[in-house]
Design a protein around this ligand. Structure first.
Ligand SMILES: [Zn+2]
Length: 395
């Protein structure tokens, strides 16, 4: 493992004495910096949004990500909902990309939910625009990949996001099934073509990626979140053996490779390595009930605690805030305050935004996935840790 990628963790680990400074009855303590300075931090963050680039409308690096942050702060007031909608720049959509994080379906899905909350029937227009992109998604011979950032899984997220937040769910079961079946058929074909000993495999840019953003762990995590649309047979004979196959690829440290053939135990960030796998295995435990999966998720948590204070910065995609989210996932799964404590410590590390700790300024310094909006989203989520959700990834 390469030590030049992360800072030595300076925090004392969880014990009753360390925890009582920041946690009270399973909640963040109100005199903790992350709670009592939250409003100040929010105002400072808002002040930075004066010069947004409206050409980038994506959730990942653009204005739709800022809209999601605004909705995290307040999804009730009419004025805030309207301000968030303006950030989506729907008139600029180029109908090119399909996914929630990097494509048109992110702004469209968020706009549908905002319109629905505002009581505007026009939300169905956004739903129809998402549906109108189905052709490449349902055609298994199209050029579309299956991975989360640029492929079918990212389209599926947008559909499920809309169905979760709008009642009755606008996308019918039959349509969701067709997307899932396309993902499964592509995975089976790739696994067969590459002679893999597992039912599903996916390529992106000629590599068999394994992590959350581009690989198998991200696709499987999303399929598990959509488990009500899967049959028992699919869960037990297709999804589960593929998860078990991934378990066999673990490094001795407990971390996971970013793609097949990459044997360097290097990345500990949401997009590549243990953090993305933690979400998969924690959810696999909840779906299948096998304690082995929980143990793998807990092992990922240890890797993140030891090696997750990244020199790369604070982002949720490949930085400390994304790693903090993993502890919240473990806290929600186990209710063990150790994980909440660890999430708070990682968040504190981000809270001060000490520039001397960041070695690369992100290209989009205000954005949700690479910039300051990600940590801000985390600070807001920490106020209700049992409800926290990795934005654009956990439904
Ligand atoms: Zn990343």
């Amino acid at each position: 493992m390469s030590r030049d990628r992360f800072f030595e963790n300076p925090f004392e680990d969880f014990c009753e004495d360390t925890a009582c400074c920041v946690i009270n009855c399973g909640q963040i303590k109100c005199d903790c910096k992350l709670a009592c300075k939250l409003e100040e931090k929010w105002k400072n963050t808002l002040a930075q949004f004066k010069h947004l680039d409206f050409n980038d409308y994506s959730v990942y690096t653009g204005t739709a990500g800022i809209a999601l942050l605004k909705l995290k702060k307040d999804d009730q007031s009419k004025q805030n909902l309207q301000e968030a909608k303006e950030l989506l720049s729907l008139h600029r959509l180029r109908k090119k990309r399909h996914t929630f994080l990097c494509g048109d379906t992110g702004p469209l899905a968020i706009a549908a939910v905002i319109d629905y909350k505002l009581g505007n029937k026009t939300y169905m227009q956004c739903v129809q625009s998402i549906r109108a992109m189905e052709e490449d998604v349902l055609n298994i011979n199209s050029d579309l990949a299956n991975e989360y950032l640029y492929g079918r899984a990212g389209y599926l997220f947008a559909v499920l996001y809309v169905n979760k937040h709008i009642s009755p769910p606008p996308f019918d079961e039959n349509f969701v099934r067709k997307i899932i079946e396309s993902i499964l058929i592509c995975g089976k074909n790739e696994a067969k073509a590459g002679n893999f000993k597992c039912p599903l495999m996916y390529q992106w840019h000629e590599s068999y990626y394994l992590g959350a953003a581009h690989g198998l762990a991200g696709i499987l995590y999303l399929l598990l979140q959509a488990k009500e649309y899967l049959t028992e047979t699919e869960l037990n004979t297709v999804i589960k053996p593929t998860i078990d196959y991934l378990d066999g690829m673990r490094f001795p440290s407990g971390n996971f490779p970013s793609s097949i053939g990459r044997e360097q135990d290097k990345y500990v960030q949401w997009c590549h390595g243990a953090p993305g796998f933690l979400y998969l295995f924690s959810t696999a435990y909840k779906v299948f009930g096998n304690p082995k999966y929980l143990q793998i998720a807990l092992d990922c948590g240890e890797v993140i605690w030891a090696r997750g204070l990244l020199r790369k910065g604070y982002s949720i995609c490949h930085g400390v805030a994304g790693n903090a989210y993993c502890f919240l996932e473990l806290y929600q799964t186990t209710q063990d305050e150790k994980h909440l404590y660890r999430a708070i410590k990682f968040a504190e590390w981000c809270f001060d935004h000490n520039q001397s700790r960041v070695e690369h300024t992100p290209d989009r310094p205000l954005s949700l996935f690479e910039g300051v909006s990600g940590p801000m989203y985390l600070f807001l989520d920490l106020q209700q840790p049992m409800e926290a959700k990795f934005p654009g990834y956990t439904l």
